[in-house]
Ligand binder design. Structure first.
Ligand code: SF4
Length: 67
């Protein structure tokens, strides 16, 4: 089973916690700070940090799907 990362750009408030928690998986757009997914299917090494990011996001903008 692998993890798929989805984000809702409309919910994102550009808080940056996801980038702090999982810099390999998330970045923020230069112009407005909205989240960018770098790794849609995180490697096993990055799954835990992706889960932490989803839990920390204050806007609940990150959704993780088990596939
Ligand atoms: S933590 Fe959530 S609100 Fe903040 S930049 Fe990431 S997705 Fe957006």
């Amino acid at each position: 089973m692998s993890l798929k990362v989805e984000v809702d750009e409309d919910k994102c408030i550009a808080a940056g916690q996801c980038v702090f928690a999982a810099p390999e998986v998330f970045d923020q757009r230069d112009e407005d700070g909205v989240v960018v997914v770098l790794e849609e299917h995180p490697s096993a090494d990055h799954e835990q940090s992706a889960r932490s990011a989803a839990a920390l996001c204050p806007a609940a903008a990150i959704e993780l799907r088990e596939q």
